[in-house]
Write a protein that binds this ligand. Structure first.
Ligand SMILES: *Cc1c(COP(=O)(O)O)cnc(C)c1O
Length: 293
């Protein structure tokens, strides 16, 4: 399956009336289904499951989770069974949304749990219980972030990227992707993360995966929280897509671009800065799409 990755990954130059140079690395195009960063996060996890002779992958997510969608597809391609622990027991009695319907059609077994149970997703006792309930199973945390994911995300950056750019930008959810980019980056580069959610706790998460310090994180463009939007964000996305013909979405990549363009407009970066923005995909569950509401 990992041979199917579109190589080399394409770049798109964004023409700006500014003295900084901006290219987008289109991870959204690496694979039609397992788009973006999730592909890199899953790679070494699936290989590890195979190596340990486990026939099943289990992971966690919300009803629109890109990680659930990617895991269902990747497990299917890899010949592994998959189980999705989905937040919200009330969903069990409702028609499946497109993300979950697709996951189920790829063979993922969906288990809907209450919000209280879902909160235990990182609790050692709970994970042990799940291990008994579902033997022979490789468990991947919510959002797919673990050491193997950080290892995989290092492969997002090529030798060329290390040489060509001063600044690398990405959207941040659980921090696995940015941690891989930081680990791979060279000392002259800075990594700037645009958080999709509010709060400083993510800094701690990232420090768990990397000791390097050439990075920073802002939640100034998260519009109040995860999956929250603002009229300004939505207007920005619409005009960005119309002008550059690059699809983005309001949960992750839209907030990154919104923030990046704002910083560029306010001359935050010095003249001649060469910026690489990572398009991490996520287009499968665009919350603006009517059918998802
Ligand atoms: C999951 C996701 C992210 C966040 O990645 P983390 O490794 O959890 O920080 C960013 N962008 C998109 C499109 C995603 O689906």
């Amino acid at each position: 399956m990992f041979d199917h990755i579109a190589q080399p990954i394409s770049y798109q130059h964004i023409e700006l009336s500014s003295s900084v140079h901006l290219d987008i690395k289109r991870l959204d195009l690496v694979h039609p289904q397992i788009s973006g960063n999730k592909f890199f996060k899953l790679k070494y996890n699936l290989l590890a499951a195979k190596q340990q002779d486990l026939s099943r992958i289990l992971t966690f997510g919300g009803a629109y989770s890109n990680h659930i969608a990617a895991t269902a597809y990747a497990a299917h391609l890899f010949g592994l069974n998959s189980i999705g622990i989905i937040r919200g027991e009330e969903l069990a009695s409702k028609p499946l949304n497109p993300t979950l319907a697709k996951a189920q059609s790829l063979g993922m077994q969906l288990h809907f749990v209450s919000r209280n149970e879902y909160r235990l997703r990182d609790d050692a006792n709970y994970l042990q219980k799940l291990g008994h309930q579902f033997p022979e199973t490789f468990i991947i945390p919510e959002g797919g972030t673990n050491q193997l994911a950080v290892q995989g995300c290092q492969e997002i950056l090529s030798e060329y990227d290390l040489e060509q750019y001063n600044l690398i930008c990405c959207a941040v959810g659980t921090g696995g992707t940015i941690s891989g980019l930081i680990e791979r980056s060279s000392a002259h580069q800075k990594i700037l993360g645009f958080s999709a959610l509010k709060g400083d706790f993510l800094q701690q998460e990232i420090r768990q995966w990397t000791k390097k310090q050439n990075w920073s994180l802002t939640d100034a463009y998260c519009c109040g929280g995860y999956a929250k939007t603002s009229p300004e964000l939505l207007a920005f996305i619409e005009s960005f897509e119309a002008q550059y013909a690059v699809p983005i979405e309001p949960i992750y990549t839209g907030k990154m671009m919104f923030g990046l363009f704002d910083l560029i407009k306010n001359n935050y970066f010095s003249e001649g800065t060469r910026i690489l923005a990572i398009h991490s995909g996520g287009l499968q569950a665009d919350i603006r799409n009517k059918s998802h509401q």
